[in-house]
Design a protein around this ligand. Sequence first.
Ligand code: PBG
Ligand code: ZN
Length: 328
Amino acid sequence: MDISSILQGGYQHPVSRAWQSPRQLTKSMLMYPIFITDDPDAAEEMTTLPGQRRWGINKLEGFIGPLMKKGLKSVILFGVPMKAQKDPKGTLADDPNGPVILAIKKLRSLFPDLFIACDVCLCEYTSHGHCGILHEDGTINTPPSVERIAEVAVNYARAGAHCVAPSDMMDGRIKFIKQGLMDASLANKCTLMAYSAKFASALYGPFRDAVMSAPSFGDRKCYQLPPAAKGLARRAILRDAAEGADIIMVKPSLPYLDIIADAAQLAPDHPTACYQVSGEFAMVHAGARAGVYDLKTMAFETVNSMVRAGAGIILTYFTPDFLDWLDE
Ligand code: PBG
Ligand code: ZN
């Protein structure tokens, strides 16, 4: 055998195996998506997202406190109005007494060290369930959509969000949000994380069940990217970086590792984030339940693949598990 054939000497021990990963998963890379509803005492389990709940703001201390002790650094908030009436403009999104604004304020006062991001979109709040404002024929009306989305983002920043993360995929919204933050003198106080390459995926089902945001007609294919569209994804990444994004995100993650690698290469001076979405989380759980693999081993394999592709920030429902597993 040739000398150059021998690789195994380099990874024969757990310590030398770790040295073969230039970057390793750490707790500070994890951002935990949490759902806040308008019943202040809620702690409702969601069958499609194992272990995740819709929380009321009175439950946040008991829910987040123990995670902070384990090393939680950041969360991203999703509002889930259950009682209030939705309208075509998504007025509830930035309701000063709505779950997201109240949760930002509560979390800031309870946990001064926690980094609080907010998903910005209209679909959880619109009567039609689409992510923007519509023309009469049901197509997206872009100018009022980006204006409304920027208004919501600025109101989250005003309430104290450290980061706003628009997931709507309307053209031009990054620039509008950045300008809105500048006009409100908040551009230096709030990070803008763009869901830049967000694909029209089959993997959002459990999330849409959880927050009841499925569109009442049609689909999201005219704003979320076609799954095979590498070129469009690359253009969206470059566009959002040029429009003022501070962080570039790719979503979903596992079927889009090439796009994560593209983002890291196209915007090398921006942090690269990826979202291990609800369907990916449910899939890892379902496979483990079916005996296909061990849950923890597979969870690490998926997230390590994202780190390997170039992600430095990972949004995942496995965050509480990783906070335990990374201590073992
Ligand atoms: C809303 C939004 C979605 C997700 C994050 N923000 C759903 C969608 O676009 O339909 C998906 C998150 C997940 O599946 O975990 N625009
Ligand atoms: Zn949406």
